[in-house]
Design a protein around this ligand. Structure first.
Ligand code: ADP
Length: 349
């Protein structure tokens, strides 16, 4: 009955009960002539008892609640309580305890969410450090091996000395590539990368990327072209340099995992508010089981091929981060042995 009452109502109930009891006692005393008391005095007594008990209770409950609430607020609020947080400022006409209960529930829920997030971050950090050290170990181990072999005498062997030095140098390049990619991922994940959104022609940017990767494509005798009808020029709004990075990574992958003598094709599709850009190859394709992991950090379907091609396993992860930072989407379709298509959207200018 008293569960949802305000402190004011509670004090009134107690005061009314006390006043009625006193009045009943006074009436009984009058009836049995214990002492003579007029009806007017009984009325006065009723009023006085009600007022005194009400005020006493009201003050008691106010200070009692205030002390409890203060303690609870000190625990749940990390900041200092405001200086005007005083007992006489409590609004006793409201169900204060219900409000506090709600605030404590919200605080507990927020704490649960914080703990979950911290656990997720701790797992992520552990995995990240594990992945990074694992990735760095192989090139470091290789460099160490070649240098020690050279120091142990191979430096004087003209048959192998240059070869070992070149292999050591290749591993140093790999270390550098991993560190650079890690730096980019770190910037993207920590939100330090500020997008410089501008309007530009996506076809022109693709031409530039094709020109930059022409030599690499020629090494594998791969043609870099556009799909039929994809010669239209579209203006998009995005961070040009990060989209250049996206195109470089996708086209470079289409060369690395493309078929020798094959073809890389880019196409553009005009959707209502965005342009869909697709990069296709007719290379090795991706196993359906691996498809959902290709954007994961350090994921490689074929470790040997990726390392041979100087891959870090971070390229697609960077691509995904960049596209998501633009609030756009990226997807992949692939058939093993036939080729892959990576498609991403860009905001139309
Ligand atoms: P990597 O540096 O190994 O190329 P990425 O993050 O760019 O790393 O790609 C991850 C993995 O996805 C690659 O190791 C490869 O197995 C697969 N992959 C990426 N692009 C293609 C593609 N066009 N065709 C086939 N497999 C691909």
């Amino acid at each position: 009955m008293f569960k949802n009452q305000t402190p004011q109502q509670l004090s009134a109930y107690i005061a009314a009960t006390s006043a009625l009891l006193m009045a009943a006692l006074a009436v009984l005393c009058r009836e049995f002539r214990v002492f003579n008391i007029s009806w007017g005095s009984i009325g006065l007594l009723l009023l006085s008892v009600f007022t005194v008990v009400f005020l006493a209770n009201f003050q008691f409950i106010r200070y009692y609640i205030f002390r409890r609430i203060k303690l609870i607020y000190k625990i749940i609020h990390r900041h200092k309580l405001p200086s005007d947080f005083k007992a006489d400022k409590l609004d006793m006409s409201k169900n204060i305890l219900a409000n506090v209960e709600r605030e404590v529930d919200e605080w507990a829920e927020q704490n649960d969410r914080d703990i979950e997030e911290l656990e997720r971050l701790a797992t992520y950090r552990r995995r990240f450090i594990g992945d990074v050290s694992h990735e760095l170990k192989t090139p470091i181990f290789n460099i160490q091996g070649f240098i020690h072999t050279l120091l142990d005498g191979a430096i004087h062997d003209p048959q192998v000395n240059m070869q070992y030095l070149q292999r050591a140098a290749k591993n140093v390049d790999r270390l550098q590539a991993i560190v650079e990619d890690l730096e980019t991922i770190n910037k993207l994940e920590s939100g330090q990368m500020i997008l410089d959104l501008r309007e530009f022609d996506i076809h022109d940017l693709t031409d530039e990327v094709y020109a930059d990767l022409e030599m690499r494509a020629r090494e594998r005798n791969i043609r870099l072209t556009y799909k039929e009808g994809a010669h239209q020029h579209f203006r998009v709004r995005a961070d040009k340099e990060s989209i250049r990075q996206v195109l470089i990574n996708l086209v470079h992958n289409s060369i690395k995992y493309g078929k020798e003598g094959g073809v890389t094709k880019i196409s553009f599709y005009d959707a209502e508010s965005y342009i869909l850009v697709e990069v296709s190859d007719n290379g090795i394709g991706i196993d359906p089981e691996h498809l959902k992991h290709v954007f994961d950090r350090f994921f490689r379907a074929d470790k040997h091929r990726s390392r041979e091609a100087g891959g870090t396993g971070l390229g697609l992860s960077i691509v995904k981060h960049i596209i998501e930072a633009h609030k756009q989407t990226i997807n992949v379709r692939s058939t093993q042995g036939q080729g892959s298509t990576f498609g991403f959207t860009l905001e139309k200018a």
